[in-house]
Ligand binder design. Sequence first.
Ligand SMILES: Nc1nc2c(ncn2[C@@H]2O[C@H](COP(=O)(O)OP(=O)(O)OP(=O)(O)O)[C@@H](O)[C@H]2O)c(=O)[nH]1
Ligand SMILES: [Mg+2]
Length: 347
Amino acid sequence: MKFIDEATIEVIAGNGGKGSASFRRERFIERGGPDGGDGGRGGNVIIIADENINTLIEYRFIKKYVAQNGGMGRGSDCNGRGGEDIFLRVPVGTIVIDVETNETLTDLSYNCQEVIIAKGGKGGLGNLHFKSSTNRAPRKTTPAGEGEQKTLKLELKVLADVGLLGLPNAGKSTFIRSVSNATPKVADYPFTTLYPNLGVVKVEQNKSFVIADIPGIIEGASDGVGLGIKFLKHLERTKILLHLIDIFPMNESDDVVSKNIAILEELKKYNIELYNKPRFLVLNKVDIVNNDLDNTKIKKFIKDFKKYKTNTNFDKVFLISGVTGFGCKSVCFYLMDFINKKHESNL
Ligand SMILES: Nc1nc2c(ncn2[C@@H]2O[C@H](COP(=O)(O)OP(=O)(O)OP(=O)(O)O)[C@@H](O)[C@H]2O)c(=O)[nH]1
Ligand SMILES: [Mg+2]
């Protein structure tokens, strides 16, 4: 599933500095002549593609980017300093659209690609430039140029990095609501989610990933039971799967282990590559735990689950509550780390 991540920002390049209209004034030198330097150029706003950035989420927080103005020219033939450029780092694949004209300004397709997106104004010329045989004392300077100002829409087609797999009511939508900007419907009946939802998870500055919530899968899904398995295709391009499990189902007689083993069988039937992706267990609803018996239940669940060959990665089994947020952050940190490591090992 493609999902458009987007942000609208304002960029303002620096104005050029004014040129100076100055005359040399020194003792013993009469009519010293013009010596006004040029103004410096204004700073540019430059956009640069960075393969370490996954989403545009930073640009939803800070919306205005202003480059420095150029310095003014001064006497004694001193030119003003140039304004500093600013660099906006965006993911590879970002498209930049000028909101006013609806024109696509650039499409950043490779790492480190740089484009000046708003040009700084030229510095004005100082009067030194206008000295001639007929005018030895020009007061003329040229005006400084203004920096360009634009409202830009940044757009990125993203694929989910992490996919959520689970039975109906496991709490997938609750989890994605708790950790990302997505707001899928949550309810206490099965098959609440009818379409996939994607959300951006911001872990820290410049570290974010995309997570996909899909409808619940049940035994027989490959034969069309429930909503079927067609939604599994949305997980095909992900790097990791989280298998979310309601560890304390409302119906206590539910056999949580075998129901969840069954959906892994469905996954395997659907696509062996998807089944072979790194997959972790996330045991949800631990806020319900209120005695040692419950804790023993969790341990027993893990022990029983491990008896089956399911290709689950047991390096880490997460205990969370999507409702209270307990444990959710550490899942996200772990996922971010995992995605980055995977990215490095692919380089
Ligand atoms: N106590 C408790 N209840 C939870 C937790 N997470 C989800 N629930 C409840 O479980 C029910 C199902 O949650 P959803 O997030 O809709 O589950 P889902 O996996 O998206 O379900 P489908 O979309 O139907 O597949 C809701 O009533 C939630 O309030 C949790 O951490 N603790
Ligand atoms: Mg749901």
